[in-house]
Design a protein around this ligand. Structure first.
Ligand SMILES: Cc1cc2nc3c(=O)[nH]c(=O)nc-3n(C[C@H](O)[C@H](O)[C@H](O)COP(=O)(O)O)c2cc1C
Length: 184
Protein backbone atom coordinates (compact mmCIF):
# COMPACT_ATOMS: atom_id res chain seq x y z
CA UNK A 1 0.00 0.00 0.00
CA UNK A 2 1.36 3.42 -0.91
CA UNK A 3 -1.09 6.15 0.16
CA UNK A 4 -0.48 9.84 0.70
CA UNK A 5 -2.68 11.80 3.11
CA UNK A 6 -3.95 15.04 1.60
CA UNK A 7 -5.76 17.95 3.26
CA UNK A 8 -9.54 17.71 3.78
CA UNK A 9 -11.60 19.20 0.96
CA UNK A 10 -15.11 18.60 -0.38
CA UNK A 11 -13.97 15.93 -2.80
CA UNK A 12 -16.18 13.68 -4.88
CA UNK A 13 -14.94 11.56 -7.76
CA UNK A 14 -17.29 12.93 -10.41
CA UNK A 15 -20.27 15.27 -10.22
CA UNK A 16 -23.16 16.24 -12.47
CA UNK A 17 -23.31 19.62 -14.15
CA UNK A 18 -26.74 21.14 -13.55
CA UNK A 19 -28.45 24.49 -13.73
CA UNK A 20 -30.31 25.60 -10.65
CA UNK A 21 -33.26 27.74 -11.69
CA UNK A 22 -34.96 30.18 -9.35
CA UNK A 23 -37.08 33.27 -9.77
CA UNK A 24 -35.42 36.22 -8.08
CA UNK A 25 -37.85 39.12 -7.66
CA UNK A 26 -40.08 37.51 -10.29
CA UNK A 27 -37.33 37.01 -12.90
CA UNK A 28 -35.74 33.68 -13.86
CA UNK A 29 -32.09 33.16 -12.95
CA UNK A 30 -29.95 30.12 -13.73
CA UNK A 31 -26.84 29.12 -11.80
CA UNK A 32 -24.48 26.26 -12.62
CA UNK A 33 -24.07 23.67 -9.86
CA UNK A 34 -22.02 20.51 -9.56
CA UNK A 35 -22.46 19.84 -5.85
CA UNK A 36 -25.77 18.08 -6.26
CA UNK A 37 -27.18 14.61 -5.77
CA UNK A 38 -30.21 12.54 -4.75
CA UNK A 39 -31.32 12.94 -1.12
CA UNK A 40 -34.24 10.54 -0.66
CA UNK A 41 -36.30 8.01 -2.59
CA UNK A 42 -39.68 8.21 -0.83
CA UNK A 43 -40.66 10.97 -1.02
CA UNK A 44 -38.37 11.71 -3.96
CA UNK A 45 -35.83 14.38 -2.98
CA UNK A 46 -32.70 15.89 -4.45
CA UNK A 47 -30.20 18.29 -2.92
CA UNK A 48 -27.65 20.86 -3.94
CA UNK A 49 -25.02 22.75 -1.93
CA UNK A 50 -25.23 26.46 -2.70
CA UNK A 51 -22.94 29.17 -1.36
CA UNK A 52 -24.90 31.66 0.73
CA UNK A 53 -23.63 34.57 -1.35
CA UNK A 54 -25.20 33.34 -4.60
CA UNK A 55 -27.98 35.43 -6.14
CA UNK A 56 -29.91 32.18 -6.68
CA UNK A 57 -30.24 31.64 -2.91
CA UNK A 58 -32.41 34.76 -2.65
CA UNK A 59 -34.88 33.30 -5.13
CA UNK A 60 -35.01 29.86 -3.51
CA UNK A 61 -35.71 31.31 -0.08
CA UNK A 62 -38.18 33.85 -1.50
CA UNK A 63 -40.37 31.32 -3.36
CA UNK A 64 -39.51 28.06 -1.55
CA UNK A 65 -39.19 26.51 -5.01
CA UNK A 66 -36.37 25.90 -7.48
CA UNK A 67 -35.46 23.67 -10.40
CA UNK A 68 -32.56 21.46 -11.38
CA UNK A 69 -32.02 21.39 -15.12
CA UNK A 70 -29.83 18.76 -16.75
CA UNK A 71 -27.94 20.36 -19.57
CA UNK A 72 -26.44 18.33 -22.38
CA UNK A 73 -22.95 18.56 -23.87
CA UNK A 74 -24.06 20.87 -26.68
CA UNK A 75 -25.09 23.47 -24.08
CA UNK A 76 -21.68 23.58 -22.41
CA UNK A 77 -20.99 27.23 -23.28
CA UNK A 78 -24.28 28.56 -21.90
CA UNK A 79 -23.94 26.25 -18.91
CA UNK A 80 -20.46 27.46 -18.03
CA UNK A 81 -21.56 31.08 -18.54
CA UNK A 82 -24.21 30.64 -15.84
CA UNK A 83 -21.40 29.53 -13.53
CA UNK A 84 -19.15 32.52 -14.11
CA UNK A 85 -21.72 35.33 -14.31
CA UNK A 86 -23.89 36.26 -11.35
CA UNK A 87 -27.45 37.48 -11.56
CA UNK A 88 -26.33 40.21 -9.17
CA UNK A 89 -24.48 41.88 -12.05
CA UNK A 90 -25.90 40.36 -15.22
CA UNK A 91 -29.39 39.46 -16.35
CA UNK A 92 -29.27 35.72 -17.07
CA UNK A 93 -33.02 35.41 -17.63
CA UNK A 94 -32.59 35.17 -21.40
CA UNK A 95 -29.81 32.56 -21.49
CA UNK A 96 -32.47 29.84 -21.64
CA UNK A 97 -36.14 30.04 -22.55
CA UNK A 98 -38.13 29.50 -19.37
CA UNK A 99 -41.35 27.61 -18.84
CA UNK A 100 -43.20 26.68 -15.68
CA UNK A 101 -44.65 23.46 -14.34
CA UNK A 102 -47.06 22.93 -11.52
CA UNK A 103 -45.07 24.90 -8.96
CA UNK A 104 -45.51 28.11 -11.01
CA UNK A 105 -42.48 29.85 -9.46
CA UNK A 106 -39.64 27.45 -10.38
CA UNK A 107 -38.35 28.44 -13.84
CA UNK A 108 -37.45 25.48 -16.08
CA UNK A 109 -34.92 25.79 -18.91
CA UNK A 110 -36.58 24.66 -22.12
CA UNK A 111 -33.32 23.83 -23.93
CA UNK A 112 -32.24 21.36 -21.21
CA UNK A 113 -33.45 17.81 -21.93
CA UNK A 114 -34.53 17.13 -18.35
CA UNK A 115 -36.05 19.62 -15.89
CA UNK A 116 -36.76 18.76 -12.28
CA UNK A 117 -39.08 21.09 -10.41
CA UNK A 118 -38.59 21.11 -6.66
CA UNK A 119 -40.37 22.37 -3.58
CA UNK A 120 -37.96 23.46 -0.86
CA UNK A 121 -38.04 20.80 1.87
CA UNK A 122 -35.22 22.12 4.01
CA UNK A 123 -32.26 24.41 3.90
CA UNK A 124 -29.42 23.17 6.10
CA UNK A 125 -26.81 25.75 7.10
CA UNK A 126 -23.49 23.91 6.74
CA UNK A 127 -21.20 26.97 6.94
CA UNK A 128 -20.25 28.63 3.67
CA UNK A 129 -22.95 26.67 1.86
CA UNK A 130 -26.62 25.90 2.39
CA UNK A 131 -27.58 22.34 1.61
CA UNK A 132 -30.79 22.94 -0.27
CA UNK A 133 -33.01 19.87 -0.15
CA UNK A 134 -35.97 19.81 -2.50
CA UNK A 135 -38.91 17.48 -2.87
CA UNK A 136 -39.38 16.62 -6.53
CA UNK A 137 -42.76 17.94 -7.63
CA UNK A 138 -42.43 17.01 -11.28
CA UNK A 139 -39.98 16.03 -13.99
CA UNK A 140 -40.21 17.23 -17.58
CA UNK A 141 -38.16 15.45 -20.23
CA UNK A 142 -37.68 15.80 -23.97
CA UNK A 143 -39.57 12.97 -25.64
CA UNK A 144 -36.52 11.96 -27.69
CA UNK A 145 -34.41 11.56 -24.52
CA UNK A 146 -36.60 8.84 -23.05
CA UNK A 147 -36.35 5.09 -23.34
CA UNK A 148 -39.35 3.16 -22.05
CA UNK A 149 -40.60 6.32 -20.37
CA UNK A 150 -37.42 7.02 -18.40
CA UNK A 151 -34.63 9.55 -19.01
CA UNK A 152 -31.84 7.82 -20.93
CA UNK A 153 -28.29 9.02 -20.23
CA UNK A 154 -27.05 7.99 -23.67
CA UNK A 155 -29.67 10.24 -25.28
CA UNK A 156 -29.39 13.12 -22.82
CA UNK A 157 -25.59 13.26 -23.16
CA UNK A 158 -25.14 15.12 -19.84
CA UNK A 159 -22.02 17.00 -18.78
CA UNK A 160 -19.87 15.45 -16.07
CA UNK A 161 -17.78 17.73 -13.87
CA UNK A 162 -14.45 16.87 -12.26
CA UNK A 163 -11.26 18.81 -11.55
CA UNK A 164 -12.45 22.07 -13.11
CA UNK A 165 -13.13 20.26 -16.38
CA UNK A 166 -16.25 19.11 -18.21
CA UNK A 167 -16.35 15.54 -19.45
CA UNK A 168 -18.78 13.55 -21.53
CA UNK A 169 -20.28 10.25 -20.46
CA UNK A 170 -17.92 7.34 -21.11
CA UNK A 171 -18.73 3.83 -22.17
CA UNK A 172 -20.67 1.31 -20.14
CA UNK A 173 -18.56 -0.92 -17.87
CA UNK A 174 -21.02 -3.44 -16.42
CA UNK A 175 -24.62 -3.87 -15.28
CA UNK A 176 -25.25 -2.43 -11.80
CA UNK A 177 -27.00 -4.60 -9.18
CA UNK A 178 -25.89 -7.54 -11.26
CA UNK A 179 -22.17 -7.84 -12.01
CA UNK A 180 -21.46 -8.17 -8.26
CA UNK A 181 -23.13 -11.55 -8.28
CA UNK A 182 -19.97 -12.88 -9.89
CA UNK A 183 -18.08 -12.27 -6.63
CA UNK A 184 -17.19 -15.35 -4.56
C1 LIG B 1 -18.92 23.91 -13.16
C2 LIG B 1 -19.39 24.80 -12.05
C3 LIG B 1 -19.99 24.24 -10.95
C4 LIG B 1 -20.45 25.05 -9.90
N1 LIG B 1 -21.04 24.47 -8.82
C5 LIG B 1 -21.51 25.24 -7.81
C6 LIG B 1 -22.19 24.63 -6.73
O1 LIG B 1 -22.44 23.43 -6.68
N2 LIG B 1 -22.58 25.46 -5.71
C7 LIG B 1 -22.36 26.82 -5.73
O2 LIG B 1 -22.74 27.51 -4.78
N3 LIG B 1 -21.74 27.41 -6.79
C8 LIG B 1 -21.32 26.66 -7.83
N4 LIG B 1 -20.72 27.24 -8.91
C9 LIG B 1 -20.54 28.69 -8.92
C10 LIG B 1 -21.82 29.43 -9.36
O3 LIG B 1 -22.45 28.82 -10.46
C11 LIG B 1 -21.47 30.89 -9.73
O4 LIG B 1 -20.94 31.55 -8.60
C12 LIG B 1 -22.62 31.66 -10.32
O5 LIG B 1 -22.12 32.85 -10.89
C13 LIG B 1 -23.70 31.99 -9.32
O6 LIG B 1 -24.75 32.62 -9.98
P1 LIG B 1 -25.82 33.55 -9.24
O7 LIG B 1 -25.04 34.53 -8.39
O8 LIG B 1 -26.58 34.18 -10.36
O9 LIG B 1 -26.64 32.64 -8.38
C14 LIG B 1 -20.29 26.46 -9.98
C15 LIG B 1 -19.70 27.03 -11.12
C16 LIG B 1 -19.27 26.22 -12.16
C17 LIG B 1 -18.65 26.84 -13.38
Amino acid sequence: MDKITIDPMPFMSVMPTLLVGANVSGKPNYMTAAWATVACMAPPMVCVAINKIRFTVQGILENKTFSLNVSSADQVIKTDYCGIASGKNEDKSGVFHSFYGKLQTAPLAEECPVNIECKLFESVDCGSHLLIIGEVAGIHADRDCLTEGKPDIAKINPIIYAQSTYYGVGSEIAAAFSVGKQYK
